[in-house]
Design a protein around this ligand. Structure first.
Ligand code: MHO
Length: 212
């Protein structure tokens, strides 16, 4: 049940990447996600030794299903861009091309009209992206070993490239909501028990904000 469509990439930092991974995973048109470290100069950063990098998500999206503007909407809605920043948990849009840069700048201008406080968000060109450790990938999903097993995954590098893992990682914390879940769950090819297990979690967690 992996999908073969041509995708584009986007990268966002919105604070703790466990939550960012869940937020974007459940978004329509997002095909794959992976979390990692970028923005800094330190070679081969790790979670314990991050250096000057920031927790960031890389998204592969299907541009016929979701626009970059819609991904930007999610970015602005999912955090307070006027809040105090640290290097590890920052508000940054890393653009891949001139078009993304222009759209990001425009959205930042619109955003600044909505608040009197200064927006801290940075708009920067992508630099080397270092994948985070496997245990950080689809972190919310990995808290449910029973689900990992049901989709034939165990913690490891395959988790990063799995479409179904990206989706379920959002749904287990209620992201996406039950209406969207019911509409698209057939596409995931899950058995009946698994469909119900995840659905119960969506119902229980919809609308909740999880703090990392
Ligand atoms: N409170 C969490 C933050 C994890 S996050 C991916 C921890 O202490 O591990 O930065």
């Amino acid at each position: 049940h992996e999908v073969k469509v041509s995708t584009k990439k986007a990268k966002f930092a919105i604070g703790c990447f466990w939550e960012t991974d869940a937020i974007y995973g459940a978004q329509k048109g997002v095909i794959r996600t992976r979390v990692g470290y970028t923005g800094g100069k330190k070679i081969d950063p790790t979670y314990k030794d991050l250096g000057d990098h920031t927790e960031t998500i890389e998204i592969e999206y299907d541009p016929s299903e979701v626009t970059y503007d819609e991904l930007l909407d999610t970015f602005w809605k999912s955090h307070d861009p006027t809040a105090k920043q640290t290097l590890q948990y920052s508000s940054i849009i890393f653009y891949h091309d001139a078009e993304q840069k222009a759209l990001a700048e425009k959205s930042l201008q619109e955003q600044s009209k909505k608040t009197s406080k200064p927006i801290q968000t940075k708009i920067l060109p992508i630099t080397t992206f270092y994948d985070a450790e496997d245990y950080h990938q689809k972190y919310r999903l990995q808290q449910h070993p029973i689900l990992m097993k049901a989709i034939n995954l165990e913690s490891g590098p395959k988790v990063k490239s799995s479409h179904v893992a990206a989706k379920l990682n959002g749904y287990v914390v209620g992201r996406g909501g039950v209406a969207q879940y019911d509409k698209e769950v057939k596409k995931f090819g899950l058995d009946e028990n698994t469909v119900k297990y995840v659905r119960d979690l969506v119902v229980k967690n919809e609308g909740r904000d999880l703090v990392c």
